[in-house]
Design a protein around this ligand. Sequence first.
Ligand SMILES: NC(=O)c1ccc[n+]([C@@H]2O[C@H](COP(=O)([O-])OP(=O)(O)OC[C@H]3O[C@@H](n4cnc5c(N)ncnc54)[C@H](O)[C@@H]3O)[C@@H](O)[C@H]2O)c1
Length: 364
Amino acid sequence: MKSMKVNLDKRVASSYDICIGYDVLDRIGLLIAKHMPALHYIVITDVNVSAIYGMKLLGRLREMALPADMIEFPAGEDAKSIGTTVAIVERLIKLGADRKSALLALGGGVVGDVTGFIASTFMRSIPYIQIPTTLVAQVDSSIGGKTAIDLPEGKNLLGTFYQPKGVFIDVKFLDTLPEEEMNSGLAEAIKYGVIDSVEVFDFLERNIEAIKERDRDLLEEMIGNACRIKKGIVEIDEKEMGMRRVLNFGHTIGHAIEAESNFTISHGAAVSIGMVAAARISEGMHDFPRRDRERIEHLLESAGLSCRIPQTITTDGIMTRLRADKKKEGDRIHFVLLKKMGMPFINGGVPEAVLRETVEEMKK
Ligand SMILES: NC(=O)c1ccc[n+]([C@@H]2O[C@H](COP(=O)([O-])OP(=O)(O)OC[C@H]3O[C@@H](n4cnc5c(N)ncnc54)[C@H](O)[C@@H]3O)[C@@H](O)[C@H]2O)c1
C-alpha cells in the first residue's frame, strides 16, 4: 500500500495520511485502529455500498475486537439533506455514541460529505476517516476536508472545513462501480492534468483505453496522481481563500448546464462540457494553444465524456444561471482559465458576449 501525508499548516495534529492500494479492505481495519483509536466505531454508508461492502468492513472491525456498528441511509444526492443528517444523529445517540466514538465514511462523495459534516458538529466534533468507494470520492471529495449537506435552496449550503484522520483508498471498490459513475471521476482526474501537470495529462492520454478497461495498476497510478495534486493545493490553501479555487476549473459553466438540464446531465458530463468551454474561452482570450484545447477535447471524448452542449439546453437558460452566480460573487463571475497546460489562473472579467458565443459554438 502506498501512502502520502497531507501536511496542514504545520499543525501536526491535523495532518493525515492518504493510503492507496488494491484489495486492501482487510488492512484498513488495522489502519483505522492505528490512525484513529476510539472506544466505538460507527460506519456510515448508503444502502448500495452497505449491500456490497458494509458487512465486510464491519466484520473486519469486529474480528479485531473493535466495538463497531453501522448506520445506512438512502443512496443519491437527495439524501444529502438535513432530514438524513438528523436521522443519522438520532441513530448515533441511540447507539450510545459520544466524544470517544469515531465515524467511518464508507461510500461516495455523498456519504463522505454527510459523514464529515456530522463528525464536525456532533457533540462539538468527533474524529472521522474517509473510505471512498467511488472514483469521484477517491480522486476528489475524500481529500481536503470540505464537508456539506444540501438545503432545498441549493447544494452544499451548510458545511464546514473539517479534516479526516485518514483517507484509505481500496481501488478494488471500483470493480463494482457503474460506468457513468466511473466517467464522472475520470472528468475530475483529467481536470488535474489540465490544471496542474502536463505529465499527468500525457499519462492519461497514453493510458485512457486501459484505464477505461479498469486496469488496476493504471487506476492506482491515476488515483495516486490525483491525490498528490489535490493534497498539494489543499496544503497551500486549506480554506479556499485563493489557489484552491483552481480546482473549480470547468465547474462554473458545468454547474449552469447541470442545473439547466434539471440534473439529467450528470455532474461529470457537465464538468467535462464546462472544461471544454473554459479551454475555448482561454483560446479566444488568452492565446491558449488550439492544439492543446483539441487534446483536452479528444481525451474527454476517449474517456466517454461529452464535449458538446445538447440542443435542448438554451443559451439564455445558461446565461441566466451564470448571471445569478455573478450576483452572488459581487458582480463578477470568476472563471478558471488557462494560459498553458498546467497553468490556470482566475479571470473575473469574461465578457457576456464571449460566454454567449462560446455556448452557441458548442451547440453545433
Ligand atoms: N467535499 C468535496 O470536496 C467534494 C468534491 C467533489 C464532490 N463532492 C460531492 O460528492 C457528491 C458526489 O459524489 P459521488 O459522485 O461519489 O456520488 P455518490 O456518493 O452519490 O455515489 C454515486 C452512486 O454510486 C454508488 N456507489 C458508491 N460506491 C460504489 C461502489 N464501489 N460500487 C457500486 N456502487 C457504488 C452510490 O450508492 C451512489 O448510488 C456530491 O454531493 C458532491 O457535491 C464533494
